[in-house]
Ligand binder design. Structure first.
Ligand code: FE2
Length: 383
């Protein structure tokens, strides 16, 4: 996240001697992107963060494209039977070279630590609340939050109640849209959200403890288990531009117009090879002849995923809360019969949805296919 943040105790200068009151050294760790050439933070530990005690098993993970046909899809993620923590309950649904889209139904806390070494993660909290605790501090989350966890952060997710979470793992960094930032990185006046809406971690007291600390690290081959000597949350301070953060979908202020506004006005994040948009409650278009429902559109260069979070989605028929639709590239799609005309004259929508447009075709896992609505491709036929 491109704004400077400082938490806890740090030395006056980088890379200099920094001791506690007893004269014991703290240990600096640089976490940086693109080698040493992009954003970074410096963390200060009680102990060296490199003290691996045991290299454990590599848990192989492979995603397989199971679709036999190119077509629109509708899955109701309510039907997914998963439980456990955020890793064990995670069910991958769609993927390509740039991202993995999963659902997790979480009912227990993590008893170990996790670091995604190859992807940034966006957690969209569909229901429930809890805490993300990391080496940068604690972030409390609740429904409607986007929790952004850049790769390299060590974290645990502890739910207070049952959590349902939409997860996007991104091979590139998750960023606010270029079009909403000035050349200094500040969010512009016409951005639908600004820095005040962003929550940063609250640094906790550094944990001074030795033991067997299991950290699972996601790599290109799978999840590698490591045991570390020291508790990973032994950080007394950090500063920089790199940290986990939260913005609520409820803080996304919609852009409306006299005529239908296209999806880019809903853009919330940019990734490498995809964008994320938030459809939030808003007044409809105010031209006297406006048709609020979207016009049929042919997404030539992108696959479109929509996760329906809450409310009555104005252009879709037969869609439930927590449904996901996939409208693949190469085909036109739009409102189902009746939805186009019935939207005329409506003044407001209470829909809440997350859209992910990917610029490479998505592959479909057997998890998604097992709950696929086979009739959805025919839902545009007049009844
Ligand atoms: Fe669309």
């Amino acid at each position: 996240m491109p704004f400077y943040t400082k938490k806890g105790e740090i030395p006056k200068k980088r890379h200099t001697i920094f001791n506690d009151s007893d004269g014991k050294n703290f240990y600096e760790e640089l976490i940086s992107r693109e080698g040493f050439s992009s954003i970074y933070s410096n963390l200060y530990h009680l102990n060296r963060p490199t003290k691996i005690k045991e290299v454990g098993n590599l848990e192989k993970k492979e995603l397989i494209h199971a679709a036999k046909k190119h077509r629109s899809r509708h899955i109701n993620t309510n039907k997914i039977k998963s439980s456990g923590d955020i890793l064990t309950s995670r069910v991958p649904l769609f993927f390509n070279d740039d991202l993995i889209i999963s659902i997790a139904h979480i009912d227990i806390s993590m008893e170990y630590f996790y670091k995604n070494g190859i992807a940034d993660e966006i957690l969209y909290i569909q229901s429930g609340s809890g805490s993300l605790i990391s080496n940068f501090g604690k972030l409390k989350f609740t429904k409607g939050d986007y929790v952004i966890i850049p790769r390299g952060v060590i974290w645990q997710l502890n739910p207070i109640d049952k959590n349902k979470i939409l997860i996007i793992e991104s091979c590139g960094p998750i960023e606010t849209p270029n079009k909403y930032r000035n050349r200094f990185g500040q969010l512009l006046e016409h951005s639908p959200f600004c820095e005040r809406d962003i929550k940063t971690p609250i640094l906790q007291k550094a944990v001074k403890s030795e033991g067997d600390y299991l950290i699972k690290v996601k790599t290109f081959q799978g999840v590698q288990n490591y045991k570390y000597v020291n508790h990973p949350f032994d950080v007394v301070g950090w500063d920089g531009y790199y940290f986990p953060w939260i913005i609520s979908i409820n803080n996304f202020e919609p852009i409306v117009g006299s005529l239908h506004q296209p999806p880019p006005v809903h853009q919330t994040f940019q990734g490498s090879g995809f964008v994320v948009c938030s459809f939030v409650p808003r007044p409809f278009d105010f031209h006297k002849d406006a048709i609020p429902a979207p016009y049929p559109h042919s997404n030539i260069d992108s696959d479109e995923i929509i996760f329906y979070s809450k409310g009555d989605f104005m252009s879709r028929e037969g869609i439930n809360q927590e449904s996901i639709t996939l409208h693949p590239m190469g085909l036109p799609h739009g409102p189902q019969p009746g939805k186009y005309h019935s939207s005329i004259g409506k003044k407001h929508t209470d829909e809440l949805a997350v859209m992910i447009d990917t610029f490479k075709s998505l592959k479909v896992t057997k998890n998604a296919i097992s709950i696929d609505d086979k009739n959805y491709p025919y839902s545009w036929i007049d009844r």
